[in-house]
Design a protein around this ligand. Structure first.
Ligand SMILES: Nc1nc2c(c(=O)[nH]1)N[C@H]1C(S)=C(S)[C@@H](COP(=O)(O)O)O[C@H]1N2
Ligand SMILES: [Mo]
Length: 331
């Protein structure tokens, strides 16, 4: 019965609101005991997922109503990264280059009112208030791995919907081949924007078919709540088969273009960061290997690192997007 109830993945809901704390803590203990006794890695994974589901929503920020995602690849049985790690170990250079800077300084970011402009090669350009964008499609919970180019990774229950919902709504013209994402760059509220470390605003890009892929998530939340500012509130991208830097935070404009966009990281170091930036254990960064990674919160600094998977483990879903391409040259 335990297995039947959870074999579709992560049943999130908002258990902390509907289940008294003592009840779910007891339930968690029972499930962990059960997992330990009955053994079997699969059952243990299920049980720990269940335990996580009972505690995942940290309860600090407004909750988001979600439905279970049916997109292939949007569920994983891996252990979730603790919310604390996911919200305190960040890259968001607009607030500084240290991993702890975003959690410390992002409180100054003003996320309301917020609008996202959609323009370029589309039939229906427009400006979306964040409230309207949020309601464009059902909010799904999707558990994605995100692997940073620096060699660490996390497993996060994101909330959002496929970017394709928005793309279809604005109707790209026939000559639109790429999508360019511009993020907020306000020196008054983002202290890092006065530094020279990148050219601002932070720009990212996807090929139109990548942007249309069902796994490409326009994300408004994580762990059942709206995004913390340090994770890219109020709206960011999550592209799970690409290195983390492709997942632009705090997006203000989405432009459809014919030409491949110049991205912020490609501008800063073209030898090191190509346009595609697909996770690829066989293509090293010029200064370090990409073959392994460290899972934040699980693999200690001295633990043997885990192997990085082609396309971050999403090869079955996205491999065909790159059929015939030389991934050593087009990285
Ligand atoms: N606007 C903006 N978006 C950004 C970045 C940034 O510096 N600025 N850093 C990227 C990098 S390098 C990573 S690894 C991820 C980290 O996302 P997380 O902090 O939510 O895990 O955000 C990406 N999005
Ligand atoms: Mo990154």
């Amino acid at each position: 019965m335990l297995i039947r109830t959870h074999d579709n993945g992560f049943d999130h809901g908002i258990p902390s609101e509907i289940t008294p704390r003592a009840v779910y803590q007891d339930r968690r203990r029972l499930l962990l005991q059960l997992a330990a006794g009955a053994a079997g890695a699969t059952l243990a994974a299920w049980a720990s997922r269940e335990a996580m589901a009972q505690t995942a929503r940290p309860g600090k920020l407004p909750a988001l109503q979600t439905v279970r995602s049916t997109v292939p690849g949007a569920q994983t049985m891996e252990k979730l990264t603790d919310y604390k790690d996911a919200s305190t170990y960040n890259n968001f250079y607009e607030f500084g280059t240290d991993k702890s800077d975003p959690a410390r300084y992002a409180h100054t970011l003003v996320t309301s009112p917020w609008t996202v402009e959609v323009d370029g090669l589309v039939k229906k350009p427009g400006k979306y208030a964040i409230e309207d964008l949020l309601k464009l499609a059902a909010q799904e919970e999707r558990i994605y791995r995100l692997r940073c180019v620096e060699g660490w990774s996390m497993v996060i229950p994101w909330v959002g919907y496929s970017l394709s919902n928005l793309v279809q709504k604005v109707e790209p013209l026939g000559n639109a081949k790429y999508v360019e994402f511009f993020t907020q760059a306000d020196p008054k509220t983002m202290p890092g924007v006065t530094s020279q470390v990148l050219s601002w605003p932070y720009v990212e890009g996807l090929r139109l078919d990548e942007a249309m892929h069902p796994l490409t998530l326009l994300s408004f939340g994580m762990y059942g709540e709206v995004l913390p500012k340090q994770n890219g509130a109020p709206v960011r991208l999550v592209v799970p088969w690409k290195y983390g830097f492709k997942s632009g935070k705090s997006i203000v404009r989405i432009r459809f273009t014919e030409k491949e966009p110049r991205t912020a990281w490609n501008r800063a170091a073209p030898q090191e960061y190509g346009f595609y930036s697909n996770v690829n254990p066989d293509k090293d960064h010029p200064r370090w290997s990409q073959a392994t990674e460290r899972r934040i919160g699980e693999d200690g600094l001295f633990a043997k690192k885990r192997k990085t998977l082609m396309f971050n483990g999403y090869e079955a879903q996205v491999g065909q997007l790159y059929a015939g391409m030389d991934l050593q040259k087009q990285y």
